[in-house]
Design a protein around this ligand. Sequence first.
Ligand code: NAG
Length: 360
Amino acid sequence: MHNQASQPLKPEKSNLSISAIQQLWIAISIGIVVLAPLALFVVTLIRTSSVIDTAFQASSVHRTSVVKASGAEKKTTINMAATAVGVAASPSAPPFFVAPSRPRIILFGDSLTERSFDVPSGWGAALASNYSRRADVVNRGLSGYNTRLALKTMPYIFGPASASASGSGGAVAAAAASQVLFATLFFGANDAARLEGPSHSQRQHVPVPEYGENLRKMVSYMRDAGVQRIVLLTPPPVWEPGRKVHQISRMGEQAREWPLDRTSAVTAEYARAAAAVAADLGLPCLDLHTLIQQEDDWGERLLCDGLHFSPAGQERLGALLRELLQREWPDVRPEALPMQFPAWDAVNLADLEETFGGSS
Ligand SMILES: *[C@@H]1O[C@H](CO)[C@@H](O)[C@H](O)[C@H]1NC(C)=O
C-alpha cells in the first residue's frame, strides 16, 4: 500500500527537477552566447587603446608599465600600424627596428672587464642579458693591461679618432661609432701594481700622474671617435689578506716573505685620481673603490683573491652599474629601446616586405 501511494509521486518530483535544470542550462547558454562576445569586444577595445598608448606615448615610464603588463602580443599590433624602419633610441621609439646591426655597448678595461662574462653572474653578461635583442654588449677587457698599453689598442676598438673628418670611409666609421650607446672605462687595478712588488707587478706599474693623464687621453679619444656617453669606474679596493693568500698559492711558499703586488693604500690613490678625472671631464663615475668598502665583509665576500670579483661581487657590480645607468641615462634603459625586428607573432605574413623591406 505504501508503495502504490508513493510511486505516482516520484515521476512528478523528477519532472520538476528536470525543468529546473533545463532552465539553468538555458540561462547559462544565453550567458555564453551573448555575454562572452561582449566581454571579448570590451577587452579588445581596452587592449587596442593601450597598444596605441604604448606606441605613441612619449612617457617611457608609462610605456614600460604597459609593456610589462600586456606582454609581447600587444606591442606587435602597433608595429604593423607604425611600420617604422630604422634605428631610434628614444622613449617614443617604435618597439622594433629593422636594420643590419644593433647599437653597441662597449666594455673597455682590464681583467675586471675581461672576466665580466664569467658564469654564473658576470656583470657584463648580466648587462648583455638585459639588452638582449636591443643592443650588443661587446667585451673588450684586456687582462693584465694598464692604461699605457690600453691606449695603444684604442684605434682597434673604437675606430679612428675624428672619424667624421676623414671622407666617406670616415662617415661610415662615424655612423658605426654613433651606434655606441655608451662605453665603460675601467682601468687602474694594474696601473696600481707596485714597483716595490714582485717582478710581474713592476711590469704593470704606471705612476699615478701618468695614469690620470692616460685616462684623460682615453676619454678624449673615445669622444673623438664618436662615443658620447662614457662611465668611468674606479679600481675596486684591494683586500690584502686575500692578496697574500693568492700570491702564495700562485708562486709558492717563497712568496710568503715577498712584498704584496698591490696594497690597499696604493690602489686608493689611483681610485682618487680616477674619480678626479671623471669629475673634471663631467663623466658619470661608478666609484667602486668607495662603494665596495661600504659592503659587509667585502674582502672575503665580494672579492675572490683580494683583487678580482667573486660571483657575489660580480652581481653587486652589475647592480651598482644598473643603478647608475638608470639614474644618469634613463633613455638608454633596455625598456626604453626598440627591439631588432618585430616579435615573431607580429609579422604580417601576407606582406613580409612591409616589415622587412627589400624587393625580393
Ligand atoms: C637585468 O639583469 C638583472 C640581473 O640579472 C635582473 O635582475 C634585472 O631584472 C634585469 N633587467 C632587465 C630590464 O632585463
